[in-house]
Design a binder for this molecule. Structure first.
Ligand code: ATP
Length: 257
């Protein structure tokens, strides 16, 4: 599969109040087209910084970030971001929130209708098009945020702990939703999480990071068959991955204290 995201020799040093923080150290990351790559790691290791570099919110101190063979210089419609909080416009309905980007692009009414219904249905919100965000549960709001991200046909979906604020049951439904959406559209996904089970369930590969400065310490290829359903989390293969990753994280914690 061709590489879609390439980060080479990335260093990131933030300077504030004359203090320098070396957040990322020589990060090399390649994500293939259609792959789901999960980043796991302790708080402050630089996971969101990697996502911000890919989204074009920040530029690296050193190194090169390319998406679709183009150097990332700013934000772009080829890269959609889903954050922990859905950030929907409270004064707009689900339909209007989802088509917001399309309206900005002056898409035709037919395109608005066709694309919104495709993605609203894909995230299981059919029938809720006229609802306002305050009339939806947290999980439903996040579904709308995912539809809004997908409606512009991004080639890359960047998800920053998208389900961290949800209760366990909703979270598990949302993980299955990501699987469903991926089965339909095969979008390349970078998915940031603190949750090992979530990373193994969703990911094709997992990068485990360490901090001070942030490094991708080890990568794991998750060869569980797809399509995956939540039952997979009780299989021996799943538990083997979990135990190996837990061991790696525990070693990290020991050496960083
Ligand atoms: N704009 C900035 N200016 C200065 N320091 C920053 C800036 N953005 C991030 N940092 C610092 O970089 C480090 C990594 O932050 P980042 O948000 O990437 O970590 P993270 O692994 O995503 O953490 P968490 O899991 O808690 O979200 C932190 O120490 C943070 O304070």
């Amino acid at each position: 599969m061709p590489s879609q995201i390439i980060m080479r020799n990335i260093d990131m040093i933030f300077t504030s109040d004359r203090k320098q923080t070396h957040v990322l150290d020589d990060i090399d990351l390649t994500i293939n087209k259609g792959e789901i790559y999960c980043l796991l790691g302790p708080s402050g290791c630089g996971k969101s910084t990697i996502l911000k570099l890919l989204a074009g919110f920040e530029s690296p101190t050193r190194g090169k970030v390319t998406v679709n063979q183009e150097i990332v210089k700013s934000i772009g419609p080829d890269r959609a971001v889903v954050f922990q909080t859905p950030n929907l416009f409270p004064w707009l309905t689900v339909f209007e929130n989802v088509v917001f980007g399309l309206r900005m692009k002056k898409s035709s009414p037919d395109e608005l209708k066709e694309k919104s219904s495709k993605f609203i249905e894909a995230v299981g919100l059919k029938g809720f098009e006229k609802h306002y965000p305050h009339e939806l549960s947290g999980g439903m709001q996040q579904r709308a945020a995912i539809a809004r991200a997908l409606v512009n046909d991004p080639t890359v979906l960047l998800m920053d702990e998208p389900f961290a604020a949800l209760d366990a049951q909703t979270r598990s439904l949302m993980q299955e939703l990501v699987m469903d959406v991926w089965e339909q559209f095969h979008t390349t996904i970078l998915f940031i999480t603190h949750d090992i089970d979530e990373a193994i369930f969703i990911g094709d590969r997992i990068g485990v990071m360490s901090r001070n400065p942030g490094l991708i310490k080890k990568e794991y290829a998750i060869e569980l068959p797809r399509p995956r359903t939540i039952d997979v989390i009780t299989t021996f293969e799943f538990l083997d991955y979990k135990s190996a990753i837990l061991k790696q994280i525990q070693e990290e914690v020991k050496t960083s204290h």
